[in-house]
Design a protein around this ligand. Sequence first.
Ligand code: ATP
Ligand code: HMH
Ligand code: MG
Length: 587
Amino acid sequence: MDISYKFVFIQPESAKKPQCQLGETSYPSGRLPVYPHHMGYYSLQAFLTTSCTLVNSHHLRHSPLPSSTFHNARVLNLKAVQQEENSRPLVTMSQVRIPHVLTVAGSDSGAGAGIQADLKACAARGVYCSTVITAVTAQNTVGVQGVSIVSEDFVGEQLRSVLSDMCPDVVKTGMLPSTGIVKILSQSLREFPVRALVVDPVMVSTSGDVLAGPSILDSFREELLPMADIVTPNLKEASALLGGVPLETVADMRSAAKSIHDIGPRNVLVKGGDLADSSDAVDVLFDGKDFYEFRSSRIKTRNTHGTGCTLASSIAAELARGSSLFFAVKTAKRYVETALDYSKDILIGNGRQGPFDHMTKLKNSVRKFNGHRPFDPNDLLLYAVTDSRMNKKWGRSITDAVKAALEGGATIVQLREKDANTRDFLEAAKACLEICRQHGVPLLINDRVDIALACDADGVHVGQSDMPARVVRILLGPDKIIGVSCKTPEQAHVAWIEGADYIGCGGVYPTNTKENNLTVGLDGLKNVCLASNLPVVAIGGIGISNVQPVMELGVPSLKGVAVVSSLFDKESVLRETQNLRRVLLAN
Ligand SMILES: Nc1ncnc2c1ncn2[C@@H]1O[C@H](COP(=O)(O)OP(=O)(O)OP(=O)(O)O)[C@@H](O)[C@H]1O
Ligand SMILES: Cc1ncc(CO)c(N)n1
Ligand SMILES: [Mg+2]
């Protein structure tokens, strides 16, 4: 049946006076491509939600969105638009509409999969997520101990509540445990069309427990899949949808994707998380014309519970943000891989399959919690600063130098690698960080905030011409250590105001490590220490022979000495560090 649509053509925001015109056309099917201008889309939608509409024009060519089903779209009332046009601009940017996914799925009490995974994945991807709950499961890392299905009427009531008011961009489905629920969902979607429908045909949990029985298959095939923009079966589900064909290879996945496409969804993604003997995690996408393989490394971890739900809701989130389907799948896949890799060592529950950390935050905060204590000014006592030239001269790797300093009793380490290229520096920093963590000693990076972020070092030390401490603090967050080199009380004051944790003051004695460096002397050091609200570490030409007068200044804020050549420009870093430590502790 041909359906006639009225179109609204909106000029781009750059036009002086946004204008609205109406046009009329007919299309041969109920599906239409929509290519809204990216920024304009949401404000337009906000305007158009009460009257629904198709928005398209050659002006709005950027950021193509996935095609959507609009066969039940209500047509904008011509008179209303004309009145609107006379009274105010149609496109206003004063209200920001944010991308929104509605998930229709089951609750997982263990919170690794289901509704909980969807909420976390959307939050991690910066998308709002509303929830219609179809079942409540009692579930943990061992398996599913119980399922309580929500009545289809009440699922319908939840759907109406959200769809009639909140206008989600994309609907994602997970556990749909009864045919009645599938029916009410497809009815609701016909009444309240959305831009895209992502169907994850959840049937069996990885633990082998049934979440939706085979009786659901017919209603999936007849009701839901034909409406879907993408369906994302795992191997077992793909096999079940096709009447039990065995799927063992990527070639099998391709032919399954093609056969499932014949059922009606526009795109099919067969997930290969469970593909035996595969060193990669391969998913196959078929769009009705071409096949695409998405590969990521297979992360060695038990924490894969909920990867399927997470992948589907991340695809939905990316679609809601306006990505093309291909890009949405690609981004979602990369997100799952990253989150799995990040969470591979976390331990929750005693069962065979654990949840992962969608926010990729837990490990760090826990590491801190498990003894990675906050900054202690006494850590400044014996502050070892590495130097690439000295390491080269003595034929040491940076990790060997750091290891020796730690074994000798350094209480904090700073990597100062002025000549190293970024990649080598990062690798060295990661290795040093591991050794420092074993010794419970903080590792700071000189200047390079990017390196510190990339390896999750404990902090950064900056000079007066580097990035301001205030900016470093914003980038590193509240928990990291920031040190600033200061020569005057004024600079020390600014460092304090800007959120530094300590200051380095020098050069105390003349030094070869830094060219054209002004020597402030013991007096200069004392002045800064007296004025400083922050703990101070003295630096510049200090070694075992001249450390005594520094420590004898006796100012409470002076906590220790930072040393370069006197540790690293020596035959034995270990011995020099031990000796210096002995002297410092005697004070
Ligand atoms: N160990 C792994 N390393 C990397 N990616 C993985 C791993 N396991 C699964 N994936 C990926 O996670 C996504 C989900 O696939 P999977 O086949 O595990 O879905 P599923 O069985 O529906 O998951 P679940 O039912 O546990 O939520 C796919 O993109 C898959 O390739
Ligand atoms: C509620 C729920 N939905 C989906 C899955 C599939 O991972 C699960 N285990 N539990
Ligand atoms: Mg699954």
